[in-house]
Design a protein around this ligand. Structure first.
Ligand SMILES: O=P(O)(O)OC[C@H]1O[C@H](O)[C@H](O)[C@@H](O)[C@@H]1O
Length: 505
């Protein structure tokens, strides 16, 4: 693309994979600083496969706001791919030493171009300092009563975590787990959840038992650092609760939000915990289809400040992607705020205390997700078609459900989720099948858009409990009748031959 001086410019994010939030934020800034907002940029990411195929390196990035492409763009790209007749590989690209920061000029067949290698961690820390009160987080981390643990799962978060938590905020080096980025993620699966972030889960006292006292706060980010998991001592915070709790505490705890939230949003299958906060605090609220791209328009239009997804993504309008390190800083800020007059006291307010207090105020959304991976694609389609067909008669639905579990509430409405973007009016259809119950419970069925083999069926099961004397049950016990209904009513075993899900979250 042409920069202001007519020179073609390539940005290189050092130590970064493409969708790392820091890089997305910085690229956005640089595009607009060069006055080339509308045209987009080529981003080269530091290769995690040096010497690998050249096609891996160049990715055309079209979004002026630094966010994921909306359907209008991806549809266009898809239709363009059908007209491609040949592609060329540039074998003779100059060798750029991406470990050296600075601009190097090259001459190419289409004229001169610059390669700008920048240190994205420095820029990212600068941005975070405009959002959070680093001094109060430092005080929390320095308290002998507080202990902290961050698992980078050997992804890119590690490089940021060392600079942010240790160098800037004063956490000890021993707080960091798996924070050396590795090409193969150290042989693990860099997914921040209870199954794959095993070392962290054990250290936090949620896995195997140990005599060592777990830290007060633990967190992990995924391979490209956009998703996150938050844990307290022997305590898991669901992503749906996490976004609701951040929204409920943002104004008091995070300076960036001091003048109020413009609005909040969640993806449709995410639990309705955020809805209750929005209602109580009188905030604009949006329910969008799964996929971060749907938040971008709301944020660009100044309608949304905080958003999240059940799939471990949490973020705000500081950028147009989810941001794992931001989520950790948000939680540290809430803990710092709740303990600001208490750091010398007997006992700190813990992650668990904050969540229990939240449930006491807003009620609890018991929540679980069942994934059936690598299912026969035709069988999955038929199962979904049957669930849509059943929606034509709610009395038949309720009759079947009562035969399975007589105690569950009635289904009061059922549909296929459809979203009309309030900003550009675009409509997204077939975004998941919903069965909504009279007591606020929900069953949602969706086909994953990211599974790679066959089809992945996701079943989301949620039950709302307002009575604060009943919010402390084990989630699996509370949800057991609804799970039974979801599995039998959908006839998942009959359609797929599976008697158990591949993963339960
Ligand atoms: O379609 P699924 O497999 O449920 O995945 C859904 C997820 O896909 C990607 O990771 C997007 O970045 C997320 O925003 C989205 O939540």
């Amino acid at each position: 693309m042409a920069a202001a001086n007519g020179v073609r410019r390539v940005w290189v994010g050092q130590d970064s994979l493409l969708s790392t939030p820091a890089v997305s934020a910085i690229i956005r800034e640089r595009i607009s600083a060069d006055g080339a907002k509308a045209t987009g940029a080529f981003i080269l990411t530091a290769s995690h496969n040096p010497g690998g195929p050249t096609e891996d390196f160049g990715i055309k990035y079209n979004m002026g706001n630094g966010g994921p492409a909306p359907e209008s763009v991806t549809d266009k790209i898809f239709s363009n791919t059908k007209t491609i007749t040949e592609y060329l590989i540039a074998e003779d690209l100059p060798n750029v030493d991406i470990s050296v920061i600075g601009v190097t000029s090259f001459t190419g067949p289409e004229g001169p171009f610059d390669v700008d290698v920048f240190d994205s961690a420095t820029d990212y820390i600068k941005l975070m300092k405009t959002i959070f009160d680093f001094e109060s987080i430092k005080k929390l981390l320095a308290s002998p009563k507080f202990s902290f643990c961050f698992d980078g799962l050997h992804g890119v978060a590690g490089a940021y975590a060392k600079r942010m938590f240790v160098d800037e905020l004063g956490a000890s080096e021993s707080s960091l787990l798996n924070c050396v980025p590795k090409e193969d993620f150290g042989g693990g699966h860099p997914d921040p959840n209870l199954t794959y972030a095993k070392e962290l889960v054990d250290r936090m006292g949620l896995g195997k038992t140990s005599n060592v006292e777990p830290p007060e706060f633990g967190a992990a980010a995924d391979g490209d650092a956009d998703r996150n998991m938050v844990l307290g001592k022997r305590f898991f915070v669901t992503p749906s609760d996490s976004v609701a709790i951040i929204a409920a505490n943002a104004v008091q705890s995070i300076p960036y939000f001091a003048s109020g939230l413009k609005g909040v949003a969640r993806s449709m299958p995410t639990s309705a915990a955020l809805d209750v906060v929005a209602k109580n605090l009188n905030l604009k609220f949006f329910e969008v289809p799964t996929g971060w791209k749907f938040f971008g328009n709301l944020m660009d239009a100044g309608m949304c400040s905080v958003c999240g997804e059940e799939s471990f993504g949490t973020g705000s309008d500081h950028i147009r992607e989810k941001d794992g390190i931001w989520a950790v800083l948000a939680w540290l800020s809430i803990l710092a705020y709740k303990n600001k007059d208490n750091l010398g006291g007997d006992k700190l307010v813990t992650v668990e205390d904050i969540v229990l207090q939240h449930w006491a105020t807003y009620g609890r959304h018991y929540y679980t997700r069942y994934d059936y991976e690598n299912v026969d694609a035709e069988a999955a389609k038929e199962l979904m078609a049957n669930l849509v067909k059943m929606q034509s008669s709610l009395s038949d639905v309720n009759k079947s459900i009562k035969e399975i579990q007589p105690t569950v509430a009635d289904v009061v409405s059922a549909d296929e989720f459809e979203y009309k973007d309030p900003v550009d009016g675009s409509v997204s259809k077939h975004q998941g099948i919903r069965y909504l119950f009279g007591d606020g419970s929900r069953l949602v069925f969706r086909l994953s858009g990211t599974g790679s083999v066959g089809a992945t069926i996701r079943i989301y099961i949620e039950q709302y409990e307002k009575d604060s004397s009943k919010t402390g049950r084990a989630s699996s016990d509370a949800l057991s009748p609804l799970v039974d209904v979801a599995l039998k009513f959908s006839k998942i075993k009959e359609y797929t031959g599976r008697s158990a899900p591949t993963v339960i979250t």
